[in-house]
Design a protein around this ligand. Sequence first.
Ligand code: SF4
Ligand code: SF4
Length: 175
Amino acid sequence: MEEESSSFRHPLSDGRWRNFFAGAERILPREVQAELRAHARSIRRAVEELDPWMEALCADTCPDCRDPCCTAGGIFYNLADMLYLLALEQAPPPGQTRTRTGEPCRYLGPGGCALARIQRPYVCVWFLCEPQAQRLSEEPGRVQRRVVELYLRIRRHRLALLEAVGPYRPILEDL
Ligand code: SF4
Ligand code: SF4
């Protein structure tokens, strides 16, 4: 599997959001859920390692930003994000980023994102805007290599989440 699914990458009611997590827990066999938890733990560790570096990057670039990326309308949790949240062993956020097209992201507050980085849609983790990409290119080589390695590791585990649900995927997509 090379690409992530676009399933759920759209506004969702909170009821449908909750229904996904309740339904997935009911439907997925224990061994599949255990496999999902193992991948979710690996993703979480990688995001936690990226977090201090990204916090510093944002502190440096975001306060003066004239076009904050969080105001973009197309940011959503997709199926891989939702499987990750299902397996993260903590309560998921209360809903999709928005329940209707045109609404702002519900997690965007005056001080920035209200969610811990490990709970954000992955697009909010991997996205580096131009000034941030420029900062990354100025980091020592070993830092750049580590960041890329972590991104690749996360991507591998996210694809593995989708593979792990195998034949259950169409049922999950219908929840
Ligand atoms: S990440 Fe980049 S685009 Fe987004 S708010 Fe910060 S500086 Fe602006
Ligand atoms: S989830 Fe957080 S980081 Fe992502 S768009 Fe919303 S406020 Fe921004």
